[in-house]
Design a protein around this ligand. Structure first.
Ligand SMILES: *Cc1c(COP(=O)(O)O)cnc(C)c1O
Length: 378
């Protein structure tokens, strides 16, 4: 089947293993939680999770409990899995039965998880979440003493085990903005509160990729890298992936399906947002916004064909877009959209910059229709 789909994402599992090593070398012995939410940022959850475990990840993390249940089937019993998003009424008994550790950052979650733990007889291993400046998930610091008091009771009863105390940084990529230091102070306050309630979390964790790489004081007992594992930078304007020794794990390419010659003044693609300035050879790349190639890439995103740079011309369509062809390129030649800079390719971070977004979005949005091919052992 995939031979009939003229585009593919090659996923380098050795790069993912090597990127975990880069993070490990950058930190000081902290445990590593590899984040594989959103199908491992578009790279394929099962394969990436196995590669990360093989490379020594201590934990895997996903956002949704549904993702965690699938991940448990993919990696089998044993590896520790943390999930942090579920809504009131979620089937938390299924999560407990699958040995999923859950974040608790609201009173309703605390109550519902206690009910699920009691009814299954399975002790819930929880990570108590405090909000330290993201204003997203987690208890407000004012509510934390009451949450800790209730958890203390549940721990005493054997209903809960306090595996973690955690929070998330809002501006770790903006290295000198000062917010991370403030969030660390608030996290310290959260730690004191929890301790004062007689609790002793096994792991404190605060840092994702940006915090792990750029804020040593935020590392605590475990770091939670995501984007760095896939070989992209949390902020390429601060440091590029290549500067940190990270290697892009995904290479996106497609076979050209058209080569044609058009005269000067030819309007190209929907809306004629671009016109040729001279006689021009155009090619068609069979990937479009249905595959996650954002329309914002129209007229701006870079490609490489036969080792020569070019870019998208005109609007990205649902299934295809037009490019200006380098000398000699013909249908059947391979057009590379992004990959590793070391291979002479534009990066997902280059695409992000051209489109005014972040590399996270470029790889994560890659459509399910595009076949992934796996290389390496991880
Ligand atoms: C997505 C996420 C991460 C990973 O973030 P990166 O910036 O990709 O390293 C870590 N922790 C939480 C809570 C997340 O939601």
């Amino acid at each position: 089947m995939s031979d009939l789909f003229p585009a593919r994402a090659d996923i380098d599992l050795d790069a993912i293993a090597s990127n975990l090593g880069v993070v490990r070398d950058a930190v000081e012995g902290q445990k590593l939680l590899g984040v594989v939410k959103a199908d491992a940022y578009g790279h394929g959850r099962a394969q990436c999770a196995r590669a990360l475990l093989g490379a020594g990840a201590n934990y895997l993390g996903v956002a949704q409990v549904a993702e965690a249940l699938n991940l448990r089937e993919e990696v089998g019993a044993g590896p520790r899995i943390l999930a942090w998003i579920y809504a009131p009424g979620a089937d938390l008994e299924a999560a407990l039965a699958a040995d999923i550790e859950l974040s608790v950052g609201a009173f309703w979650a605390l109550d519902q998880l206690a009910v699920a733990a009691r009814s299954t007889g399975i002790t819930a291993r929880i990570h108590l979440k405090a909000d330290t400046g993201m204003a997203r998930g987690g208890f407000n610091l004012q509510d934390l003493p009451e949450a800790a008091r209730r958890i203390r009771g549940l721990v005493a009863e054997g209903v809960f085990e306090l595996q973690g105390l955690w929070s998330h940084l809002a501006r770790a990529d903006d290295v000198d903005c000062g917010l991370t230091e403030i969030q660390i102070e608030r996290f310290e306050e959260a730690r004191s509160t929890v301790k004062a309630a007689g609790l002793d979390p096994v792991l404190c964790h605060l840092a994702a990729s940006g915090g792990a790489l750029w804020h040593p004081e935020a590392r605590y007992d475990m770091v939670r890298p995501g984007i760095a594992l896939y070989g992209l930078s949390p902020n390429p304007n601060h440091r590029t992936a290549a500067q940190m020794g990270l290697k892009a794990a995904m290479t996106l390419s497609a076979d050209l399906i058209v080569d044609r010659e058009v005269p000067a003044g030819t309007g190209v693609s929907y809306g004629h947002t671009a016109h040729t300035e001279e006689d021009t050879r155009l090619g068609v790349v069979p990937l479009g916004y249905a595959d996650g190639i954002d329309r914002k890439a129209s007229n701006v995103a870079p490609l490489v064909i036969n080792s020569q740079p070019t870019k998208i011309m005109g609007r990205v369509c649902m299934d295809q877009f037009v490019v200006t062809l380098p000398e000699g390129a013909t249908a059947g030649d391979r057009a590379y959209l992004f990959g590793d800079v070391g291979a002479g390719l534009p990066t997902a971070d280059d695409w992000a910059e051209a489109m005014g977004t972040i590399g996270y979005e470029v790889v994560t949005r890659l459509g399910a229709r595009v076949p992934r091919r796996y290389h390496g052992e991880g």
